[in-house]
Every structure is written in C-alpha cells, then in structure tokens.
Design a protein around this ligand. Structure first.
Ligand code: NAI
Ligand code: MG
Length: 501
C-alpha cells in the first residue's frame, strides 16, 4: 500500500522504535524522501505489524543517488589513502559492535529471522568488515619482466571500477549490505545500495552508521524502492560501472540484459538447489542437525539451502527417522522470542509460493514425513509461518527436487553408489553449494572434486569465511564474494608501459 508523507523526522534512526513511523533514505549524505513523495510500508512478517513507511524511490531518485556517488568518486574520496580507508572500515566495525543489538533486532523485526540467529551473525559480519579493512592496504599491481625491445618498465595498476550499484534480497539484510559495501570501501569505489522492498530497514540503519563513522557524503547511498521502480533503473544506468547482485536467477538474467547498454561489469550470486550427501559411514549424530538446519535455518530462505538430501540406502530409513525427530522438536514462533528456532517467511506471497510446492510434492507422489502445513495455533495464524517439512521418496524429476523453493522444505532421496550420487547431485542448472557427510577421506575428496558447486562443505554446512571466496557455478551466478577475489571484482587492472631508455 502506498501513502504520501508530507514531512517526517530525518535520522538518526538509531534507538528510535519501529512503531510505524516514517524513515527516509540516504543520498549524498542527506536523509531524503522520494522526489515523488511516494512511500511504501514494511511490516513484521511474524504478526503483520506496521514497522515503518519508507520512500518508494523511482528512476529520478536513482539518478540523484548515482550522481552523488559519481561526484564522491571523482572528489575527495579518490584521494583517500588506503590506510585512511582502512581506518574508516575499522571504525565501522567498531560501530557495528556498539550497535549490534539494534542491527540484529532490526533484521529480526523486518524479515523474521530468529533473534538467536541474527545476534549470532555478529562475528561473521564484523569479521567481514575487518577483513576488508585489511584488504584496503593490500591492493597492489605488479612489475613485470618485459619482452619488448628497448628498456620498458611494464607494470599493472589496480584501480577502483567506480560507481557500484548493489542490489540485495531480503533474506540477510545486514550481511548482504556489508558484503557489498565492504569491498567498495576497501577499494575506493562508491556505492548505491538498493535493499529489498521486503526488508529495507537495517540497510537504512547501516546508512546511519556510515554517516556516524565519517564516510564522506555520497560514498555510500541507500535507496529504498521496488525492483521495477528503483532496481531496474540502477541496473540500466549509464553512469554505473558495475552491478553486484544477490537474488533470484531470473532477476539476475534481467540485470545482465540491463547492463548491456554501457557494458557495465556484473557479478551475480543467484539461486540454488544444493545437494547434501550423507554416506553410510557418516557421523549420523552430527549430520542430522546440520542437514536439517542447512535448510530450516532462516525458514529455508537461504541461497545455499541444502534442499536435496541424498542418503545412502543402508542408513536412509534410520536417518530420516532421526531427522523427523529433530525437526519435530524445532520451536516455531515470532523471531523476537529467544526460544524461537523457526521464524516466519518474509511475506504472505512467499508462504503461498512454498505452499504451492507442498501441494506439488504431494501431487507428484512424494511421501510427507513431517510438516507440510501452515501452523495456526494462537498468534502463529497472524504470521507467514510454514512448518519445517520433509518429503521422502522424492524422484529427481519432481518439481520439489528441481526448483528453488526458498522455504523450509527438504526433498529426501536414497542413493546407492558414489558415482551415481555425484551425477544426480550435479544434475541441476544450479551450482551454489554442496554438503557431504562421511568419515572416509577418499569419499570426501572424490565428492569435493566432482561436485560442480562454488562451495563444498564436508561434515559441516553454512561455513562462510570472509577470507574464502564464495559464489556460484552454472546458473547460481558468477563472480566471487569473500577473499582476495572479492576485492578484484571491484578493481580494474591497467597495464602501464614506460619507456625508460
Ligand atoms: P528478486 O531476485 O526479484 O529480488 C532481489 C532484489 O532484486 C530485490 O532488491 C528486488 O527489489 C530487486 N529486483 C527485482 N527485480 C529487479 C529488476 N528487474 N532489476 C533490478 N533489481 C530488481 O527476488 P524476490 O522477488 O525478492 O523473490 C522471488 C524469488 O526469488 C523467491 O521466492 C526466491 O525463490 C528467490 N530468491 C532467491 C534468493 C537467493 O539468494 N537465492 C534471494 C531472493 C529471492
Ligand atoms: Mg518487512
């Protein structure tokens, strides 16, 4: 629903309750409304409560933000020394520590992830900021022995690509924002970040932390709005040098098309249908909770969800029984309750979409082991909840085994041989992640080598380290986040030849 707001207080947002009041967006260091005056609402998915209205940006606002980012890129920001950018990132990390309670609360309220989880992301997110701080002073070109006639000094310079448009989904607003902003600050780029219209509040808070840290005006801009009205103009914009995107494969494809106008660089972290393979020699006690939470954490709204579960036939029935016992004990509820393990889905639309997959699983003949419904006890009826669900006897060609559901649904299947499971696991257009449970080193190596996925976890899942590149194979996207490669995504390499004789 859209309303028009005449005047509302600008930031600071920090320590202001999410009571339905209006928030502004952050452009060129100022807190502003959309030029049209349009706004949209963001609600708590656990109970439907109105949290805030925010500006509904359109192309004209994107224009303003891109101009501010370009001006900042060409201005004083370009003269910041690497150590000065490092100091800034370290300061932001310190402010994240100070404001962590509020950041995690904001994510929990705006997108539903249980507070135990949003709080627990602390070290990972702050670790990212400190990693990028380190990278800021490690960017370097090379001097190369040249094969040219005469005396020529051949070298490479590493230069920031320029204005980066960053478009993120709703499922992890804090971490996704930092994964885009961190490398930009490390390399000297400027950013226009467009959060998801489903969860814009924490990114706005992060805008405020940027200002508090002393990030120069226009270096980081946060523009709230829909994909169509604000995301697409950003992806098309001729002054934007690069788009970094996390979200659905379909939107990723439209971003590639939109990028063609000025051939901007693009990196994409897209959907997945990741396999988890449990071998008969696995430590089952350990594998059960990890396999379950590889999907059920964040109610399945995780790009790396291990949503296809392959269990070696000899332990299949026992494993599924234990998995069902573990799942039945998970506490569903409002994420604000520290006891809650399974929060709501982001929206009614997303819950309906997952529901349609549940019906499809039943219709195609999969066996429902547990879950399969929308809980309606007490206040759960007011939120977008879906029960953690396990389907067994799933076939590779069923819809629930092929498509990204982005909900708490596991599709379980038996397997007989390693060769067979590797080939079935790879039989998907996606290639984001994979999990393997085995105590046998040779099986671990064989699968790690043959699985076509950007991350393979053995006897663990979800491990994301700021120092290790993360990203997709195939239709899960290209480009890497994390590690040195991440920083290179934000740099151009220039070859420089200086004749010295
Ligand atoms: P989406 O990929 O459309 O949205 C992600 C971001 O892109 C949002 O900020 C959105 O406003 C923006 N966007 C949308 N259309 C755009 C366009 N044409 N140009 C530029 N930006 C655009 O995902 P959405 O609509 O939130 O969810 C749809 C489905 O996508 C979900 O049900 C889920 O299955 C999948 N999804 C997968 C994600 C993953 O990480 N694997 C993340 C989010 C969604
Ligand atoms: Mg919301």
């Amino acid at each position: 629903m859209r309303t028009t707001v005449d005047d509302a207080p600008a930031g600071p947002f920090l320590r202001r309750p999410l009571d339905g009041s209006h928030r502004k967006m952050f452009i060129g260091g100022a807190w502003v409304d959309a030029l049209s005056g349009e706004t949209f609402e963001t609600r708590n998915p656990a109970n439907g409560a109105l949290l805030a209205t925010v500006p509904a940006a359109s192309a004209a606002d994107v224009e303003r933000a891109v101009a501010a980012a370009r001006k900042a890129f060409d201005g004083p920001w370009s003269r910041f020394k690497p150590y000065e950018r490092q100091v800034l990132l370290l300061k932001i990390a310190d402010l994240f520590e100070r404001h962590w309670d509020e950041l995690s609360l904001s994510d929990t309220l705006d997108m539903g992830m249980p507070i135990v989880r949003t709080r627990a992301n602390r070290n990972r997110v702050i670790g990212m900021l400190r990693f990028y701080a380190g990278m800021a002073t490690s960017i370097h070109g090379e001097t190369l022995a040249n094969s040219l006639p005469g005396e020529v000094l051949s070298s490479t310079y590493r230069e920031p690509v320029g204005v980066v448009g960053a478009i993120i989904p709703w499922n992890a607003p804090t971490a996704a924002s930092i994964w885009k902003i961190g490398p930009a600050l490390a390399t000297g780029c400027t950013v226009v970040l467009k959060p998801s219209e489903e969860a814009p509040l924490t990114p706005l808070l992060i805008g405020e932390i940027m200002a508090e840290a002393g990030v120069p005006d226009g270096v980081v801009n946060i523009v709230t709005g829909t994909g169509r009205e604000a995301g697409a103009p950003l992806a098309e914009h001729p002054v934007v040098d690069k788009i970094v995107f996390t979200g659905s494969t379909q939107t990723g494809q439209s971003i590639i098309r939109a990028s063609a106008g000025n051939l901007k660089r693009v990196s994409l972290e897209l959907g997945g249908k990741s396999p988890v393979i449990v071998c008969s020699d696995a430590d089952v006690e350990r594998a059960v909770p990890v396999a379950a939470m590889s999907v059920f954490a964040n109610s399945g709204q995780i790009c790396i969800a291990g949503s296809r579960l392959f269990v070696e036939r000899s332990i299949h029935d026992d494993f599924l029984e234990r998995l069902a016992v573990f799942t039945s004990a998970l506490r569903i509820g409002d994420g604000i309750d520290p006891e809650t393990e399974i929060g709501p889905l982001i929206s009614r639309r997303q819950a309906d979409k997952v529901d349609a997959y549940l019906s499809s699983g039943r219709a195609e003949g999969a066996r429902l082991v547990i879950g399969g419904g929308r809980p309606t006890q007490g206040t759960l009826a007011d939120g977008n909840f879906v029960e953690p669900t396990i389907f067994a006897d799933v076939c590779d060609d069923m819809k629930i085994a092929r498509e990204e559901i982005f909900g708490p649904v596991i599709a379980a299947m038996p397997f007989d041989t390693l060769e067979e499971v590797a080939s079935r696991a790879n039989n998907t257009p996606y290639g984001l992640a994979a999990g393997v449970f085995t105590r046998d080193l040779s099986r671990a190596h064989t699968l790690a080598k043959h699985l076509r996925a950007g991350s393979v976890w053995v006897n663990t899942y979800h491990a994301i380290d700021p120092a290790v590149p993360f990203g997709g194979y195939k239709m899960s996207g290209y480009g890497r986040e994390g590690g040195e490669e991440h920083v290179h995504e934000y740099l151009n390499t220039k070859g420089v030849f200086i004749r010295t004789d």
